[in-house]
Design a protein around this ligand. Sequence first.
Ligand code: GDP
Ligand code: IMO
Ligand code: MG
Length: 438
Amino acid sequence: MPSLCVFGAQWGDEGKGKIIDRLSADVDFVVRYQGGANAGHTVVVGDEKYVLHLVPSGILHPGKVNLIGPGVAVDPLTLLGEIEGLRSRGVSVDPSNLHLSAGAHVIFEHHKRIDSLSERWLGEGRIGTTGRGIGPCYADKAARTGVRVCDLIDPERLALRLRPALAEKNALLERVHEAEAFDVEVEIERYAAAGAALAGFVCDTGREVRSAYREGKTILFEGAQGMLLDIDAGTYPFVTSSNTGVAGVPAGAGVAPNQIDRVIGIAKAYCTRVGEGPFPSELSGADAEWLRSAGNEFGATTGRPRRCGWFDAVAARYTLELSGADTWVMTNLDVLSGREVVPVAVRYRRGDERWTEYPASAATLDGMEVEYDELAGWQEDITGVRSWDDLPATTRAYVEGVEERVGVPIGMLSVGPDRDQVIPRSARRPALNLVGGL
Ligand code: GDP
Ligand code: IMO
Ligand code: MG
């Protein structure tokens, strides 16, 4: 089973880090293909909690090769800090297990400053970005004024590319944003030092992953964010600036489309969203507070409280269909313990009109009402359960009820943050039981 893409099927923070860490035990390569340090992927191993932003979630398994592909927007200072942070906790990170694509675009300090400043101009339309410089970096990539890792590690090329680009950004900062400009030469020096520190990790990751595929190695493409934040398929303009799902893999990892064998979505047993934009099944008041506190729903990157709502089967059908996912993993099922009933969004409504297909336009979703099916809840603590048969009957009925409404089989359940807290359902897809029970 050579390769699989694991992506977020909601608005991010679905527990991708936990599941990818778990599946990494059975793969040879883990490849990030888009996004940047806007991602916060949490992995819990016993008493230790790691939040990964740029380093792929396979890093905690010795002997796995972790690649940061050409589609990732890399903040070199954040990456160096992350490598140092992992090393200080005894995790080995070196050029034998972490490779950085020479083609990846570089995020500079000015991208982050512009990210925050341009939000102020948007007023009501502000996106609520993570402030990590993602949008401005991908904008420069499209405008062909970006700086890539191959430039970063070559001081002459860095100066050649960064000097004019930053001169233009300084004009923007001073004249439009009335903000402080950067000292161009100081920035060139600072980033040249970062480039020198990263140079040993840099290679042609696309070629590496293509030949690994030919040799029959197992490759996991690690998605960041979620499909509803996808720049094309998501609730534009309240999205991130990359293709978050399987469509992002070929360009972002440097592989051929037919080198992606399977696609697996990750979704919580309810929904969360950070930042602005439509969220049809969003809760307010006591129920929202309850979910936020039961699920500890605070951003892994920014610490912001996440908006919370019930599971949205309309949205999940859309994201799983669009990605061609044959299986998905339901995470955070344990969080729902203690409810009498658990609603599941099954249709949208405006006036007499009913929607069973997700309209991926923020404007269409505005003011949409939601129709719910009410499934029976359960009271038991399920965090210690490891097999399907040991789950309370009502929990099993909830899972099957959601599965039926989504129409794609659930291959694994997650019942707590620790890497061991999973319930495989391999019986659902016996023929595909190849990686970590999926
Ligand atoms: P990611 O961005 O998709 O990797 O998800 P995050 O790490 O941002 O957020 C998921 C949060 O839920 C983290 O705090 C995880 O430790 C936690 N988590 C993951 N799976 C489970 C689960 O099954 N149950 C509970 N209670 N927490 C989980
Ligand atoms: P992981 O990988 C949740 C959201 C931001 C904002 C929008 C645009 O941990 O699931 P950006 O900084 O990308 O320009 O912000 O996208 N966002 C995320 N929300 N999880 C993430 O990543 C996110 N990355 C970006 O909150 O609404
Ligand atoms: Mg996250």
